[in-house]
Design a protein around this ligand. Structure first.
Ligand code: XMP
Length: 536
């Protein structure tokens, strides 16, 4: 039986991060809405209550019946979770004089408490709260304080319940991972058996049992999620899996050819469909971004369906849906702000059941599973790429010539990012390692490529803009390209990446010299929000 930690989500921005940290401890966890605790589930070994945008005093604040799990399994309340445990037990939570945000130090803590095993004096923690706990319930004791927060952590005297006002899941809490390990491993007794290898073994066995001799269709995009899902299914059911990879003509330079080659080397049964002519014809003269997206979406479904229907007696549609696609995050009005998006659109008469073998995994875990399956590193660390491809990176209407210009410029940029190595230390190194990039730490430093340091990069052709330049003795009047590179953990928010100037100088020079049609290179320094990662 797979042990698990349940993380009850009260709507905090960092709930997913708690989940990732627990998984990094080789322990399976599920993030569930605050009111969906699986009562009676014997595999639950501990519960974590997340933070929340609410104050416990808000009329619409999320409340949970703690008796469902308190006294049965160990419980850890984080931020709002800590405030709620106090409030529900008769303690006091009040508005802080000023919102506490940022770094603080645990100037006092109970080193004998198992939650603080291995903690250094004055350990740095990260606070982010508007309310503060001014009295804890009877039967509890204070186990840590900062200069400004008396009840930075407290614990029950009689039951396995702990509460921390700070956020152990964020990087700025230096010993946060140690604290979560103390809770998950020492207190909840996780046997730490959740690993890429165990996931592959169990999932392959489950897929064999679930699918038997049925035939399965899977849409490949060249991205890591669908590729890993395909290789996993291939291991389970072999030739009964048929993959469909549609080329809409707006992939990166040589991508269709290269990725098809990779898939064939992996032994996948792939139907590569070159439908670029249809897409270009239908997009001719269309400039409106939404209109372009709609045409591509519609054409994609048409082409995919036509191929899928040729696969007689298929019973399953497999997808590379991953966990963050499915987690229901609650915003302050209680509405779902991110929900599961399906590829959708397959004809109902095909009666296909959905198979999503990666639906429990975070992105970094998908990468680890890919490595476990022996997939090539360049497929595994590939940046996310939008379904409509370069179409959302060409302003204005789309022509094969514009796609060619963009492909050439983008190829120089992406190759440059892969070739340029940087040394990282501290939080940056930890962030990159946590994202699943393989690198050895030496003297506190890792060496990775710029490509692996960032979440995503791409080139945008500003084909509605022209500017004057000079090349040799000739005046040019051509288009600029914008380079975009962002750091992110989930694409919901993103910061522009601070790429080195010497790298930008080299790449812009090479693009302008080699790519006919481009005479200027800009760098996009907007963050998300308020901008988005893609331009259209
Ligand atoms: P935005 O531009 O909304 O993008 O900040 C967030 C992430 O989603 C990717 N993206 C897409 N992925 N189909 C996809 O499969 C799409 O239509 C699409 N649009 C944006 C984008 O590349 C980024 O990773």
């Amino acid at each position: 039986m797979q042990q698990k930690i349940i993380i009850l989500d009260f709507g905090s921005q960092t709930t997913q991060l708690i989940g990732r940290r627990v998984r990094e401890l080789d322990t399976f966890c599920e993030i569930l809405p605050y009111n969906k605790f699986p009562v009676g589930d014997e595999t639950v070994i501990g519960v974590i209550l997340s933070g929340s945008p609410f104050s416990v005093h808000d009329p619409e604040a999320f409340k949970v019946d703690l008796s469902q799990f308190v006294g049965r399994v160990p419980v850890l309340g984080i931020c709002y979770g800590a405030q709620f445990i106090s409030y529900a037990g008769g303690g006091k939570v009040e508005k802080a004089d000023s919102r506490e945000y940022g770094r603080a130090n645990l100037c006092e803590f109970d080193g004998a408490n198992p939650l603080f095993k291995g903690f250094e004096p004055n350990s740095q923690v990260w606070m982010s709260h508007g309310d503060t706990i001014t009295a804890i319930p009877e039967g509890y004791k204070c186990i840590a304080s900062t200069a400004n927060v008396k009840y930075a952590a407290y614990a029950s005297l009689s039951q396995p319940v702990w509460a921390v006002q700070f956020h152990p899941e964020v990087f700025h809490t230096i010993q946060g991972t140690q604290l979560l390990k103390n809770f998950v491993v020492d207190i909840c007794h996780s046997n730490q058996d959740w690993s890429a290898a165990s996931f592959v073994d169990t999932t392959v066995a489950e897929l064999k049992a679930q699918i038997g001799d049925d035939r399965v269709i899977l849409g490949l995009s060249g991205g890591v999620d669908s590729s890993v899902a395909a290789v996993l299914l291939n291991r389970a059911i072999g030739k009964n899996l048929t993959c469909i990879f549609v080329d809409h003509g707006m992939l990166r330079k040589n991508e269709f050819r290269d990725v098809m080659h990779d898939y064939e080397c992996l032994g996948l049964n792939v139907l590569g469909v070159d439908a670029s002519e249809k897409f270009f014809a239908d997009l001719a003269g269309v400039s409106d971004p939404e209109q372009k997206r709609k045409i591509i979406g519609r054409d994609f479904v048409e082409v995919f369906n036509a191929e899928a229907q040729k696969i007689k007696d298929a019973k399953w549609l497999a997808q590379g849906t991953i966990y963050p696609d499915r987690i229901e995050s609650l915003n302050i009005t209680g509405k779902v702000i991110k929900s599961h998006h399906n590829v959708g659109g397959l004809p109902k008469e095909m009666h296909l059941s959905l198979c999503e073998p990666l639906k429990w995994l975070f992105k970094d875990e998908v990468r680890r599973v890919g490595r476990q399956l022996g997939m090539p590193e360049h497929l595994i660390t590939r940046h996310p790429f939008p379904g409509p491809g370069l179409a959302v990176r060409i302003l204005g209407d789309i022509t094969p010539e514009k796609v060619r210009i963009l492909q050439d410029a983008d190829d120089i940029y992406i190759r440059g990012l892969r070739e340029y190595k940087v040394k990282l230390s501290g939080e940056e190194a930890r962030r990159v390692l946590a994202a699943g990039v393989p690198a050895d730490m030496k003297d506190g430093e890792i060496e990775v490529s710029l490509y692996d340091q960032i979440w995503q990069a791409g080139t945008i052709l500003l084909s509605t803009v022209r500017s004057v330049g000079v090349m040799g003795d000739e005046r040019t009047y051509e288009h600029p390209v914008a380079l975009r590179a962002v750091t992110s953990t989930d694409a919901m928010t993103a910061d522009w990446a601070h790429l080195p100037y010497d790298f930008m100088a080299k790449v812009s020079n090479e693009i302008i010299n080699k790519v006919r049609g481009v005479n200027r290179v800009c760098y996009d320094i907007s963050s998300k929000p308020p901008s988005t990662i893609e331009w259209e």
